[in-house]
Ligand binder design. Sequence first.
Ligand SMILES: *Cc1c(COP(=O)(O)O)cnc(C)c1O
Length: 481
Amino acid sequence: MSVKLSNGKTIPIEMHKVRIVQKARLAPVHDRLRAIEEGGYNTFLLRTRDVFMDMLTDSGTNAMSDNQLAAMMVSDDAYAGSESFYKLADAVREVFGLEYLLPVHQGRAAEHLLSKVFVKPGHAVPMNYHFTTTKAHFELAGGKVLEIFGEEALNTQSTDPFKGNLDPAKFEAVIREWGAERIPFVRMEATTNLIGGQPFSMANLRGVKEIASQHGIPLVLDASLISENAYFIHKREAGYATASIRGIIREMMSYADICYLSGRKSCSVRGGLIATNNKQYFEAIRPWLPVYEGFLTYGGMSAKEVEAMAVGIREMTELEVAGSSADLIEYFAGRLLESGVPVVTPPGGLACHVDATRFLPHIPQAEYPAGALAAAIYISSGIRSMERGTVSSDRDEAGNDVLSDLELARLAVPRRVYTISHVEYAVDRLTWLHAHRELVKGLTFVEEPPVLRFFFGRLQPIANWGADLAAAFEADFGPDC
Ligand SMILES: *Cc1c(COP(=O)(O)O)cnc(C)c1O
């Protein structure tokens, strides 16, 4: 929701009251420098006590509603046949229109089960864009991930409202090249995470489904951020301005043969699920659920989270909930643009993405500009963002860096957690950093894990630039800020 002020400006407005709070601490700049050094210049390795605004991710960090918390109190912890499971199944049937439900402990567990059952060596899985855990699981199963996005997807200065679209012509070419029998499914990811939280249009989803159907290829929908994608369809796509979020989600689901999601995003809980109307798919996956996750009626989730997820699935269909972070992100990105800080446009659905390629043009990709930017943002603000660039892509078989398509520092906006004054603080410190960008240099790896290296990898700053940046900050703001 936004409101128009009497001066003509529009601001996002919170359609909720804050009734439970968590104390925040802004560590002074010298403590921040020490913390990032101890964390190997990797924001994943910071401790919460050293973080002022945690914009690492929107995953599992959203504010829950009073009704979600209330639902947790009446959860049924039965190992089998839990009533909580049936409440979640009712919500999935009511909102998604899907009959068969398999709960899992989080989104990547759904990806693991889907790749275990459907992806075989020699297979290719076309998709609008990969997600880190998706790619890892599909490749571990022997499949090849084919990203077939449109021309605008990787343009960080775009006006295309649907950069998350899959390119239908490329999809047809992939089918001709690989043959439908080697394509277990096509995957569409809502509010495409790694290209900046960008949506696909309903027309695109419908078109992809049509092509897939002609070749007997199932469509798998990654619905982790579905309510934001539905919100963008509502706001940006012709013909949907009067459609409800619930109606849009329902139509999206009608094109999916299998839906899976991480409940940590749009649903504001911690958990995940797979749902389908296809009994054969359900029965093919079900035997593996107790092997890897837990019995069918909890799937590795706590019963409390199962209850809260049932409420979250219904609440995310409310316009104010679906748009709560998207509206704040639009404001955040707009304010940064006004200040000359390069951000990805149009603004997306889970985060404000700062373009490290344009912010730090003097740092070559081999020296990880996005990683350097995330560390620099932390030193100059106490805000924790996430590197989404070459550090986040693992080396190839020959041991070479795989240069990422984009170098982004992702400032996630967890749903209903931060306010405009937080955002204004972030804008101010990023603007200061931008004016001092020449102080920031690249990074090199000190310790590098073989898979998903961005989680535990440790790096060091070239020419110890972190100390120089902290000194410049202290000169401007004093030692206590
Ligand atoms: C977060 C996410 C996942 C993985 O889910 P986890 O709950 O983190 O395991 C998969 N796909 C998308 C689009 C996501 O955003």
